[in-house]
Design a protein around this ligand. Structure first.
Ligand SMILES: Nc1ncnc2c1ncn2[C@@H]1O[C@H](COP(=O)(O)OP(=O)(O)OP(=O)(O)O)[C@@H](O)[C@H]1O
Ligand SMILES: [Mg+2]
Length: 513
């Protein structure tokens, strides 16, 4: 390998699927020890390019060159032998198997006579798990682990096989802030060891923190590669979507209607305590806090998935008993859940059926929904949310990650709720569509919906909300109007150091002084 030869070069990669040219002659390179960010809108072809690199798809044209040598990778194991490991956007571990079995899936090291040498295998894996500070062992079953820990298993797999190129496809989408810090440390370690890293994310601040270079894909073509230090978010956004975006703060006072939802002294065990607020038709109420502040659990309680231990929920003026999600939907509450893959989508069904599913099953007491009617509903939300799919017949599993999420949002909008709760509405969604979804949520509010948005992204919550409720350890620490709130007082409020809290908010279960 000459000094200028990158660890990896992809040359003129073409990949088509029925009805979609996902990659149209993409070239891309990664140097040893660099973090190369790959950016692009939902459906731009990022994951497809990486799946070609990892041997999961065969390209229709083009070649892969590893350390100066053209290689053909017919499957992920051959890719691994060439030093390439892909950490998937949709984690892809065998759930009923152990951590060690997953790490060596398909090629367990064998002793003479073909026996698997479990002892040395477990030792090897244990050493690496230790290095990653994991609190589980090689024998732990995958289905007992959280998403973050599953991701650690994939990283352990990369380390065990001494990868030369590691691809992270949206690794932080479901990580907490602390887990993110750990991940970034691991990436820097890999970098120091001379590993070339491809990092895919829709979060600009991460891209600018971790990457050395940025390449942009758009509609399956390579639009450019930039040195991170020499560019900015605006330039990258323009390459990605062909225009600039401004994240204006929302300051206009809304024209609000009646109280749609009132919550009084609502508690649920140790998850949250004494929550009280009002949500009016016409407004967007943002809930901001750290992971674990109780926001998702509050939303689940309002949606009938958890039973409150105290307090009242008042809908449209009268007290509501919501003991199931069907009941919540009937009373006009919709929840777009945080983890859409698990709770919101049937991957093996087509786009239209995913979007219209809950209406038929749970709701329509009236006339049967016609086939044409369902397609019309799908068409409407496809246009409104700019969903990119070749047709309504496409199976959801073949859509890009962001487009899958738009299908779920469409599905809950199609139920015409009075109160729409969205938990992390733009996770995994590209910056252009993000702005569209923000505008959409605001428009929904202006047209009379009461909208509750839970978000861990401060720019998002500031941009979209008319009022903001800050939560810390299961309690509300402060409520803000859009005019009052700023980055500083919001950060204070979610760390429990707000005015009136006497320094620190009392966590649930602590003794009252
Ligand atoms: N197995 C498949 N069958 C059919 N179409 C596919 C398949 N995989 C991907 N596509 C299509 O190829 C295009 C590129 O998808 P890809 O998943 O690479 O996008 P992406 O850039 O990773 O987007 P996201 O940011 O949403 O994850 C999309 O139009 C997608 O629908
Ligand atoms: Mg993707």
């Amino acid at each position: 390998m000459t000094e200028s030869e990158p660890t990896l070069r992809l040359e003129g990669i073409v990949k088509t699927f029925p009805g979609v040219r996902a990659l149209d002659g993409v070239s891309f390179e990664v140097r040893a020890g660099e973090v190369h960010a790959l950016l692009g809108e939902n459906g731009a072809g990022k994951s497809t390019l990486m799946k070609v690199l990892a041997g999961m798809y065969q390209p229709d044209a083009g070649q892969i060159v590893v350390s100066g040598r053209p290689v053909v990778m017919r499957n992920p194991i051959e890719a691994k032998h060439n030093g390439v490991i892909l950490i998937h956007q949709e984690l892809s571990l065998a759930e009923e198997m152990s951590v060690a079995e997953n790490i060596f899936l398909g090629e367990l090291p064998r002793r003479r006579w073909g026996f698997v040498d479990w002892k040395s295998l477990h030792e090897r894996v244990a050493t690496i798990l230790d290095k990653l500070n994991c609190d589980f062992g090689p024998r732990t079953r995958i289905d007992t682990l959280s998403i973050a820990k599953k991701q650690m298993v994939e990283i352990a797999r990369a380390l065990t096989h001494q990868a030369r190129i590691v691809v992270f496809d949206e690794p932080t989408a479901s990580l907490t802030d602390q887990e993110k810090v750990v991940l970034f440390d691991i990436i820097r370690d890999l970098q120091r060891d001379g590993v070339g890293i491809v990092y895919i994310s829709h979060r600009m601040e991460e891209i600018f923190t971790i990457s050395n270079r940025i390449s942009v894909l758009r509609d399956g073509t390579h639009r450019g590669t930039l040195e991170t230090a020499e560019t900015d978010e605006d330039e990258v956004t323009r390459l990605m979507i062909g225009r600039s975006l401004s994240y204006e703060r929302n300051r206009e006072a809304p024209d609000v209607g009646d109280v749609a939802l009132a919550v009084e002294g609502l508690s649920c065990g140790r998850l949250f305590d004494d929550i009280g607020f009002e949500l009016r038709a016409g407004e967007v109420l943002g809930f901001y806090g750290l992971v674990g502040a109780g926001r998702t659990e509050l939303a689940e309680t309002l949606f009938g998935l958890r039973r409150p231990t105290a307090g009242r929920i008042v809908l449209g003026g009268s007290e509501a008993r919501i003991d199931s999600s069907v009941e919540a939907i009937r009373q006009g509450i919709s929840l777009v859940p945080e983890s859409r893959k698990e709770q919101g989508l049937v991957l093996s069904m087509n786009c239209r059926d995913n979007m219209t599913l809950p209406q038929i099953d749970d709701l329509t007491a009236g006339p049967f929904v016609s086939n044409g009617g369902e397609i019309a509903i799908y068409d409407m939300y496809r246009d409104q949310l700019d969903i990119k799919a070749p047709s309504w017949r496409q199976l959801v599993q073949f859509l890009s990650g962001g487009n899958q999420q738009k299908i779920v949002i469409g599905k809950w909008l199609a139920m015409k709720p009075r109160v729409l709760i969205v938990d992390e509405p733009t996770r995994g969604i590209d910056v252009g569509s993000k702005a569209e979804i923000h505008n959409l949520l605001r428009e929904l509010a202006r047209s009379g919906y009461a909208v509750m948005v839970i978000s861990s992204e401060m720019p998002e919550v500031l941009h979209v909300s008319d009022r903001i409720i800050a939560m810390y350890q299961g309690r509300i620490t402060r409520q803000f109007t859009a005019a009052e709130v700023n980055e500083d007082n919001l950060v204070q409020a979610i760390s429990g150091i707000g005015p009136g809290s006497g320094g620190k908010a009392r966590p649930i279960g602590a003794q009252a002084a």
